[in-house]
Design a protein around this ligand. Structure first.
Ligand code: SF4
Ligand code: SF4
Length: 106
């Protein structure tokens, strides 16, 4: 995304910073641990129960066996309220999030 037109914030001290908005969440990799939900300062995320059938049938590529909860996953239910703080990615143990800048609406 073009940096010139990107939404830019300021720290309290006046230093510019470019928010990295959550634009995608890999629901297949998500283990439903809820860490991102706890740290998100906005109402962006919602946890969803997997269908009972999916819990057993979609288990083919689980190299890691440290899953916290295979029966739920997080969704980006309200992405337009994201402030691009990246707290979700800092705590996510599975690197589920993709972030990007956003262009200023003109
Ligand atoms: S970047 Fe910040 S506001 Fe956006 S989803 Fe992640 S924790 Fe929430
Ligand atoms: S922190 Fe990562 S693995 Fe845990 S619920 Fe959020 S997206 Fe899923």
């Amino acid at each position: 995304m073009g940096a010139e037109n990107a939404i830019t914030g300021l720290t309290r001290g006046g230093t510019p910073w470019v928010p990295q908005f959550a634009v995608a969440l890999d629901e297949a990799k998500c283990i439903g641990c809820g860490r991102c939900y706890k740290v998100c300062p906005r109402d962006v995320l919602t946890i969803v129960q997997r269908a009972i059938d999916d819990v057993d049938l979609d288990d083919e590529d689980d190299e890691d066996e440290d899953d916290d909860s295979d029966n739920s996953f997080m969704t980006l239910s309200n992405p337009m309220d994201c402030i691009g703080c990246e707290a979700c990615s800092r705590v996510c143990p599975k690197a589920c999030f993709t972030h990007d800048t956003a262009a200023l609406a003109v």
